[in-house]
Design a protein around this ligand. Sequence first.
Ligand SMILES: Nc1ncnc2c1ncn2[C@@H]1O[C@H](COP(=O)(O)OP(=O)(O)O)[C@@H](O)[C@H]1O
Ligand SMILES: [Mg+2]
Length: 644
Amino acid sequence: MKKTNKFLDLAEKKGQEAPQEKFSGTLAEYLSLVERTTEITILSHKRLYDTIINYGVTRMAQEDSRCNNLFNGEAIKTYDYFQSKFFGMERSLAKIMRYLHSASMKGEESRQVLLLLGPVGAGKSALVEHTKAALESSGPFYHIKGCPVQEEPLHLIPRSLRVKFKEIYGITIEGDLCPVCRYRLLKEHDGDYINYPVVESTFSVRARRGIGVVPPMDANTQDTSILIGSEDISKMDLYPEDDPRVLSLNGAFNVGNRGIVEFVEVFKNEIEFLHTMITATQEKAVPSPGKGAMIYFDGVIVAHCNEAEWNKFKSDNTNEAILDRIVRVNVPYCLEVGEEQKIYKKLLDISDFDAHIAPHTLEIAAMFAVLSRLKTSNKVDPITKMKIYNGEEVIEKGYVKKIDINDLRDEVRDEGMTGISTRFIMKAIDSALADSDRNMVTPISIRDALVKQVKEQIIVEDLREKYLSFLQKELHDEYLKILEKEITKAFVSAYQEQAESLFNNYLDHAEAYVNATKVKDNVTGEEMMADESFLTSIEEQIGIVGAAKENFRADITAYMFAKLRRKEIIDWSSYAPLKEAIENKLLTSVRDISRIVTKSKSRDKKQQRKFSEMVQTLMEEYGYNEASANEIIKYASNNLWRDS
Ligand SMILES: Nc1ncnc2c1ncn2[C@@H]1O[C@H](COP(=O)(O)OP(=O)(O)O)[C@@H](O)[C@H]1O
Ligand SMILES: [Mg+2]
C-alpha cells in the first residue's frame, strides 16, 4: 500500500505548479509596463502605505462602546492589517499611518525618520516586524538587474531626457544611477540604457532584499560599513582605486533601499553613527564607501527606543540636527484592561501553553498591569480610573459617575510610558503554572505569582510598595466582588431570567409610581398600587433612600421610555445603576445559603446537591474546570462573608 504523507504530497503538488512568471526584460520592456501601470514606479513610503491600506480600513462603529466611551464618539479609523494583532494601540497606529500618508505624498515627512518611542515590551519591535512583513506581502517591485542596491530602473534615463520623460509619462524621476550600475552601463553596455536588463523581485527580510536592519552596537564595534557597505580589500589589488567594482554595497541602507531600514534601539549607538541617517533623510542619499559619490536612497527609516535613551539624547543640544529630522510617535503600554487581556491571549495562543486558565485570571493580571501604568489622579481613585479608561460606567450613589475620560487624560502627560510590561505578566503566568500541580492558573494563583515576582524583581522601594498594595488591597477587594457575583450567578438558577423579571417588575412599578397609575398583574389581571416596599428593596441595594427615590424612579422611567421610543432594545442590564441594584439584590437573596453551602464541613445532603449543581454550572456555563471551580469556591468560603 502506498504510504501517504501529507507533507510530501504538498511538496509534490507545489513542484507541479507552474512557477510564477517573473518579469525579466530590458528597460524598453519595463517602460511598456510603466505605460500600463505607472504605480509600479512609486516610492517606498507610498508603497508601504498603499500595501497596508489595501488590507482594508474600518471605521470604528458608533455602536462600539469603545468608540463612545474612549474616543469621544469619533468614528476613528482602524487598519485591518494591524487589527487582529495589536490591541489598544489605535492612537499610535493612527499617528504612524498619518506619517506614512504624508510621506507618501513626497512631503517633508518623506525626509524624516519615524521614531517609535515607548517603554520596554510595549510592542515596538513587534510593530516594526509586522510592518516589514507587509512589504514582503506587497506585490513585486522592479529593479535594474544585478544592481547591489536594487535601484529603480528609471534611473537609467539620462538627466537630459527627464523633462521630456515627465511630459510623456507624467512621472518625475528622482535619483541617479548607483556607481556600480553607472560603471556597467558605460563599460559593459556601451551606454545602451534602453536595452539594459531589468528584473522583477520581491521584498524579503531574510534575503535582506529591500529590508535592512541596524542592530544597536557599542562604540567599539560600530563601523559605518554596517550602514553603507565597505570596500572589498581582496579586490583592491585587482582594480584601480575608485573603481566601483571594489565596492561591497551590503550595508543596511543599501539593503533597505526601496523598502525599509530599521534602527533597533537607535540611541544606544554613538551619535557619529547616526549622521548617515540624517544624510539619508536630508539628501535622500548615503555616502558610498571610500571616496565615491553619494548613492541615492529611497526608503522608510524607522527607529525605536525607550524613553530614558530618548531623554538622554534629547538633552544633548549638539543633536539638534537629528532631532529636527525625527517624527516621534509614542507607543505607550495598553491602558485598557479589556484590550490588555487580548494581548495575553494572543501571546498564549502562539506559545505551547495548554493549561486551563480559569475565568477572570487574565482580567486580574491585566488590571494589575494597567494599575501599574496609570498615573495618579486627583479626581478619582486608581480602580475608578482604571475602569473609566476601560470604558466602564462607574456607579456612585445610584448614578453613573459623571467623569469625563478626557479630564482624566488631561490631568497627566505621557501616560503609559512606565509600569509593568507585558513580559512581566507572561512570566508570572508561567510561574503560576509551574507552581501548580494541576496544570491550571486561577485568579488566585496569578495574584500570588505576581506578588512573589514583584517582591523579587521590583527593586525601587516605592514602586514595590505601590505594586504590592495594588495586589494585596485594591485587587484583592476587586476580585472578591467579582467572585461573589460569579458564585451568585452560579447559585441562582436561571440567573438571567430572574434578573429580567426583577427588572420588568421594577419598571412596571416605578412607572406606576411616577405616573400615579396602577399596575396590572399579568396573571390575575388585577389592578394594584405601585409596590413601594418592592421598589425600595431594589433601590436600597445601591444606597438610594429617602427623597432620592423619587428622582431615581423618574429618571429611570424617562430613560427607558426614551430608549423604547427610539426602538432600542432594553433589558435588565441597559441602565448601569439599575443593573447593579438588581445584581446586588440577587446577591443578597442567596448570601446566606451560599455561605453555608460553600463551607465543606457543614453541608447536609440537600446542600451537597446544591453544591454539586453550582460546580456544574460554573463548569458548563462559566468556563471553569472542576479543580478551578473548587478552588474559587474554597477561596470564597474563606474570604467572603467573614462577618458571620
Ligand atoms: N498593544 C499590544 N498589542 C499586541 N501585542 C502587544 C502589545 N504590546 C505588546 N505586545 C506584545 O508583547 C511582546 C513584547 O513586545 P516587543 O515588541 O518586544 O516590545 P518592545 O520592542 O516595545 O520592547 C510582543 O510579542 C508583542 O507582540
Ligand atoms: Mg524591542
